[in-house]
Write a protein that binds this ligand. Structure first.
Ligand SMILES: NC(=O)c1ccc[n+]([C@@H]2O[C@H](COP(=O)([O-])OP(=O)(O)OC[C@H]3O[C@@H](n4cnc5c(N)ncnc54)[C@H](O)[C@@H]3O)[C@@H](O)[C@H]2O)c1
Ligand SMILES: O=C(O)C(=O)C[C@]1(C(=O)O)C=C[C@@H](O)C=C1
Length: 368
């Protein structure tokens, strides 16, 4: 598509949306604004935006699409200042915030003036922040939730989806209430639990520093998201307060129940507690991105000799294929061959990697 896009907030999400738009719509021109001048300069240097702007007014007036990608409490302030400007007729304003009910209510300052606002939320991300963490493929295969209202122009909704096509996400229309309940359950509340677990470990660590030294595998897996931006999560909690209070009640009840099972040594029910969780967790779709990131693994049957890992990674580096993880599976009885499991961020990378191995070697590959 042709036209001007203004991204306000050039962090992980704003930057990733910018890169995805740029990749798909070569003729679009992307302006970027951020309160942090450093982020504006970095976003320009990384090619996330075509031009960094240090005030929003002029770029906002020229924009066909405005994307708000700031912590959700800031979104209202920015919408209010946009409402006071004379924007281009037909402009679409959207956001990427993790909550929707309040944002959509607050967008009334725009819709009352005839400006089209469509709430959005790409359901993928990371615990990292800033433009340096942005990736064009961050949202590939993820759900992209949209919350148009009954009176939203359907043509504008299609136009927005076309703009966002390069994210390669799957669009899903939900109501703001539905959105906040769903994300409360699978994203917001888990972030509270992760931070709580880290807080508990921190307290015990004061008595015995071995706690932090032993915090490995499982603890690290379940608490990765506790490294996310505290400002972003404070704002999300404030905006999804009632849903999160209900979830907290449910959680406390469930923990009380597990505690009472333990008190009376109820082996059977404790087994059921873990079994039921495992069954549901194992059934979750692994190829779609969401609260559970997808890992695209390639299994390579390799001769077990020193230097094999650098040989394989050398081929990938030569072809410009990035890997996210590499490990050797020690499941084989024979000692001549081993299985190397290499993880990629996207299916596209995994397919390229498979072709690359076929090209350079005669090792067998498998996709599980
Ligand atoms: N991080 C995730 O995993 C994730 C995923 C989906 C959606 N979101 C949502 O996306 C939004 C952005 O999150 P992020 O992860 O990109 O955070 P981030 O910290 O990486 O980026 C936010 C950017 O907004 C800028 N900013 C803050 N206040 C501003 C203001 N008033 N005007 C202009 N710029 C301002 C910051 O300087 C920063 O560069 C949030 O609303 C968040 O809820 C985050
Ligand atoms: O992968 C992570 O680090 C995330 O926390 C991403 C995550 C999530 O909870 O799934 C976080 C907030 C969002 O609004 C959407 C995605």
């Amino acid at each position: 598509m042709r036209g001007n896009v203004l991204i306000i907030g050039l962090g992980l999400i704003g930057g990733s949306v910018g890169l995805a738009i740029k990749q798909q719509h070569r003729e679009a021109f992307i302006f970027g604004y951020d309160v942090s001048e450093k982020n504006i300069r970095l976003a320009k240097m990384l090619g996330v935006v075509d031009e960094g702007v240090f005030t929003i007014e002029e770029a906002a007036r020229a924009a066909d699409l405005i994307i708000l990608s700031v912590p959700v409490a800031e979104t209202r302030r920015i919408m209010a200042s946009l409402a006071s400007l004379c924007l281009k007729p037909g402009v679409i304003v959207t956001d990427v915030g993790s909550t929707k009910k309040k944002v959509v209510e607050e967008a009334k300052c725009l819709t009352d003036r005839g400006i089209c606002f469509i709430g959005g939320h790409p359901m993928a991300g990371s615990h990292k922040s800033g433009p340096g963490a942005a990736k064009a493929r961050l949202f590939e295969n993820a759900f992209y939730l949209l919350t148009p209202e009954a009176n939203t122009d359907k043509g504008k909704l299609s136009e927005l989806m076309e703009w966002l096509d390069g994210t390669k996400a799957n669009f899903l229309i939900v109501t703001p209430d539905e959105h906040d309940l769903l994300t409360g359950v699978i994203s917001h509340f888990p972030h509270i639990v992760a931070a709580g677990l880290v807080g508990q470990a921190k307290n015990y660590n004061m008595e015995n520093i071995l706690v932090s030294r032993l915090a490995a595998g499982g603890f690290r897996d379940i608490t990765r998201i506790a490294s996310s931006s505290p400002v972003m999560w404070r704002d999300i909690l404030m905006q999804n307060k009632s849903v999160l209070m209900d979830l907290m009640d449910d959680w406390l009840k469930e923990m009380e129940r597990v505690k009472s099972l333990l008190e009376v040594d109820d082996y059977e029910s404790i087994l059921k507690f873990f079994k039921s969780a495992k069954e549901f967790r194992d059934e979750l779709p692994v190829r779609a991105k969401g609260a559970i990131p997808a890992f695209y693994d390639l299994y390579i049957d390799v001769p077990d000799y020193p230097g094999i890992i650098s040989e394989i990674t050398g081929y990938f580096a030569h072809e410009g294929i990035s890997i996210t993880n590499i490990r050797i599976m020690e499941t084989r009885e024979d000692e001549i061959y081993g299985v190397l499991v290499v993880s990629f961020q996207t299916d596209h990378d995994r397919i390229k990697a498979e072709e690359c191995i076929k090209h350079y070697t005669n090792y067998e590959t498998f996709i599980a």
